[in-house]
Design a protein around this ligand. Structure first.
Ligand code: ZN
Ligand code: ZN
Length: 454
């Protein structure tokens, strides 16, 4: 009896062990498959497809539109001069686009593995307060409701600015689970003073020996991410096994870490990163011009044939549709990338700012009625005065102006912004850091900035 009772758990344990092991194996296999980069041939296939589309556009535009015009065929609409004009503009734009395409396809974004040595994973530093939770997403938990000051306390500093004498706590307030209460003192200050070897200075407003928390009015405030982005544990790539240079990210399609990773672009068969971002923008510029010209002239031609009652060339319709679609697509992409560059952000980095802005919207909606647009604007302005703007002063890589950011990526001369020659001014390995951040990459409030930056 006792032996039987004794056997049962062992068998169960064995059975569970087998299931667990199988599950673990299949999880490992899945992970391995995920880690595997895309096969080279698939990665580059789109380049061949893109080249095919360009060649077809050349054939239709020159063969079906320009040649009949220049030959003065009976069915042609317009004269020889029009034909030559169309051909010249089309060829100039087309060749510039092909040149830029060749440059972006063959310019590496910069790979981290070519510059850093393999190293063991860094030890995680637990010296920060427990609520300083770095496992949260990079945008952090930016806003928090903090109860208004007690009866004899001063009115919140913000009262004059947004017309609230301490907003009453709404019922559906989303309290942060990792901090309990937060006051008007930005968390960065507190953590810096809390760190044993921190460089933090005591707060000027806090009398000696007393907690600064008790001294300051409480209110809603901006709470930027507390993730120390520059610490080794946040810069280690476990897939490649090395410490990534700042702003580098691992591309799953390419299977490696890319310097100042922006995104993986299937149209060029590789990543857009530090050393080819500039050429990507130049390629978009010429592609947009090429598509707009092709779309406009072919559409005008088709409309004129239609009004004359001639047959409409279906191949022209195909190119009109394709050039229209690509004109739209490249215009949107070009707008996005110009905006990214003037803010000195990558697609990855801007997601964090975007997320923070979304949360801000949610908090403003709790603070104000939906129609109080002016009050919302004033609150946001006040937060900007306390902290600086999200994505600008609140961006670790902000260089101080749109122009400085633009020139850091595109070069100092205007011709460098349009001609696909030379090299990118970025080496992708190091970047000047925004002095509004602490040494580990956390955003500090305006009150802690150097006097000349305030
Ligand atoms: Zn990596
Ligand atoms: Zn990639």
């Amino acid at each position: 009896m006792s032996t039987h009772e004794g056997k049962q758990p062992v068998q169960e344990a064995k059975c569970c062990g087998v299931v667990e092991e199988a599950a673990m194996r299949s999880r490992e296999r899945r992970e391995k498959r995920k880690r595997k980069p895309m096969p080279w041939i698939l990665l580059k296939l789109t380049v061949v497809v893109t080249a095919g589309i360009i060649a077809y556009a050349f054939y239709v535009y020159i063969g079906r539109l320009c040649v009949p015009l220049i030959r003065r065929d009976s069915g042609a609409i317009g004269g020889r001069a029009t034909g030559i004009g169309f051909l010249v503009v089309f060829c100039v734009l087309g060749l510039m686009m092909i040149w830029a395409y060749e440059k972006i396809v063959f310019t590496s974004p910069g790979l981290a593995k070519e510059h850093v040595q393999k190293s063991p994973p860094p030890e995680v530093n637990n010296a920060v307060p427990s609520w300083w939770d770095s496992t949260r997403d990079l945008a952090g938990t930016p806003y928090q409701y903090v109860p208004p000051p007690d009866a004899n306390g001063a009115a919140p500093a913000s009262a004059g600015l947004h017309g609230h004498s301490g907003p009453a706590p709404p019922r559906d307030v989303n309290y942060d689970d990792n901090a309990g209460m937060l006051d008007a003192i930005p968390p960065v200050t507190e953590a810096r003073t809390a760190q044993p070897n921190g460089s933090g200075k005591p707060l000027p407003s806090a009398p000696n020996g007393s907690s600064p928390r008790a001294q300051l009015p409480m209110m809603y405030t901006r709470k930027p991410s507390a993730t120390p982005l520059l610490r080794p544990e946040h810069r280690y790539c476990y897939k490649d096994g090395f410490l990534k240079p700042p702003r580098a990210h691992h591309c799953r399609a390419c299977g490696t870490c890319v310097l100042r990773y922006d995104h993986h672009c299937p149209w060029i068969g590789q990543c857009v990163g530090a050393r080819n971002h500039k050429f990507f923008v130049i390629f978009l510029e010429w592609t947009w011009l090429f598509c707009v010209w092709t779309f406009a002239t072919l559409t005008a031609n088709v409309i004129r044939s239609g009004t004359r009652g001639d047959d409409i060339d279906p191949e022209m319709i195909v190119i009109i549709v394709l050039s229209g679609l690509f004109a739209f697509f490249t215009a949107a992409l070009l707008g996005t990338h110009v905006n990214l560059i003037v803010h000195n952000q990558t697609t990855v980095e801007t997601m964090n700012s975007q997320r923070m802005k979304e949360r801000e919207k949610g908090v403003l909606a709790r603070m104000h009625a939906w129609y109080e647009f002016g009050a919302k604007r004033r609150t946001r302005k006040q937060w900007d005065e306390e902290w600086g703007r999200i994505g600008c002063e609140g961006n670790l890589w902000w260089l101080g102006s749109y122009r400085a950011n633009w020139e850091a990526v595109m070069g100092h001369h205007v011709w460098e912004w349009f001609l696909p020659i030379g090299r990118s001014p970025l080496d992708g390995l190091s970047y000047p850091e925004n002095p509004r951040f602490d040494a580990e990459g956390r955003w500090r409030p305006r009150s802690e900035w150097l006097p000349e930056l305030r």
